[in-house]
Design a protein around this ligand. Structure first.
Ligand code: ADP
Ligand code: MG
Length: 376
């Protein structure tokens, strides 16, 4: 079995700039599967999943990532494995970014925001920041910490301040130390998690959403939460370090030509695709170490994240996917973005549950037992 997965698709050369790629499969939902076809994707272990090959239904495509979160994974587990490790860096003047990528309906907002009962990455990360700050203030009393937030949206290649709802498109600039700054963006100081909650909840309602055929409340913008930690030395030489953590719920990665968007929406689709397309090129560039210019400047999203994606930053992309066939092509595209190569395996996993036995049943069922043994 071991030799079957020989390529680590997401790995690339060892560089600190690499974006760690996790994939999270959401649970299968009957309502999403009018035809009752069952799931077309399944997990095979902590890094591997397989999907039916649309070109040849007797084959599956097997992918490997840094981390695979199966459909039973809890919010807590996603946070602990994929996000918590990057947070201490922002208390040491380094930058980090966490993205949720994937088609509308696959679980991006659930992953990032979650619900009151099942809080996602955002509330857990902010809590963790305050916990770390509190414990470091105890241990290192020569340093003073301050925490603050900004919350913005990129919609139609415009940068909008979600903490100041009537604001216009904001510029993105670079200071002399190559830090990316947004003049005019609201920065709200925070003294506790409940302080964060007070400012964040009403602002998240300001997000621009419009319905599409695919999903009633499809999110058509990139929502970007920035948590900034400034650490100042109380004594000379009064050193100061700033660390930034970006928590990003990206717009749906679905192919908008298939969702029946027209007119103004089509313009939006193009803009969304420009940012997502550029993000995929940037991540690709960073992870394959292809050399050459990383195309940060080609879209607002990547320009904004330039100092927090690649370089010395710590980045994690959580690709959310859905198991139902109606998402098949969007899942396939998202996986191909997240992983740069794949393996074809001659093992139909759909047929083992759906199709009656055929002439070759004896041989196949042995193989299927193998495949099943390494399954969820
Ligand atoms: P997206 O933001 O990618 O469009 P959502 O996060 O809104 O997707 O998820 C779509 C639906 O699926 C929501 O009703 C959400 O609660 C549910 N969902 C998503 N992921 C999970 C999960 N891991 N466990 C349970 N329900 C989930
Ligand atoms: Mg969403």
């Amino acid at each position: 079995m071991a030799q079957r997965v020989t390529v680590n698709e997401a790995a690339g050369p060892k560089r600190t700039a690499r974006v760690r790629v996790a994939v999270r499969l959401r649970p299968y939902m009957d309502k999403q599967d009018e035809k009752g076809e069952g799931p077309c994707v399944r997990g095979l272990g902590p890094q591997i999943l397989e999907i039916v090959n649309w070109r040849n239904a007797t084959e599956t495509l097997r992918y490997q990532f840094d981390m695979f979160h199966g459909d039973q994974t809890t919010q807590q587990e996603v946070f602990l494995c994929s996000v918590k490790p990057v947070i201490p860096h922002i208390l040491n003047g380094q930058n980090a970014s966490v993205f949720a990528y994937g088609p509308t309906g696959a679980g991006k907002t659930h992953t990032m925001l979650g619900s009151q009962e099942q809080p996602g990455v955002i509330p857990r990360a902010v809590r963790e920041v305050f916990q770390l700050v509190r414990s470091q203030m105890k241990d290192q009393d020569e340093w003073e910490f301050s925490v603050g937030m900004s919350y913005l949206e990129i919609y139609n290649e415009k940068v909008l301040d979600l903490l100041s709802p009537n604001s216009q498109d904001l510029p993105i600039r670079e200071d002399k130390d190559k830090n990316i700054i947004i003049p005019g963006l609201t920065h709200t100081p925070l003294s506790s998690f409940s302080d964060f909650h007070t400012h964040f909840v009403p602002a998240s309602l300001n997000r621009t959403t419009a319905s599409t055929k695919l999903n009633q409340r499809s999110s058509r913008s990139h929502a970007i939460l920035l948590i900034k930690v400034v650490k100042c030395q109380r004594v000379p030489p009064h050193r100061q370090q700033t660390g930034k953590l970006y928590l990003v719920d990206l717009a749906g990665s679905e192919d908008n030509r298939r969702t029946g968007n027209q007119g103004i929406r089509l313009k939006e689709s193009g803009a969304i695709n420009l940012s997502l397309f550029t993000l995929s090129k940037v991540v690709d560039c960073l992870n394959t170490g292809a050399g050459g210019r990383v195309p940060y400047r080609d879209s607002k999203l990547t320009r904004l994240l330039q100092d927090s994606l690649g370089g010395s930053a710590h980045s994690v992309m959580i690709t959310n996917i859905a198991p139902e066939y109606k998402y098949y092509f969007d899942t396939f595209t998202a996986l191909n973005f997240a992983a740069k190569s794949k393996q074809i395996i001659n093992k139909p996993f759909v047929r083992e549950t759906v199709m009656p036995p055929t002439n070759a049943a004896g041989k196949r069922s042995r193989e299927e037992q193998d495949a099943g043994g390494s399954g969820e």
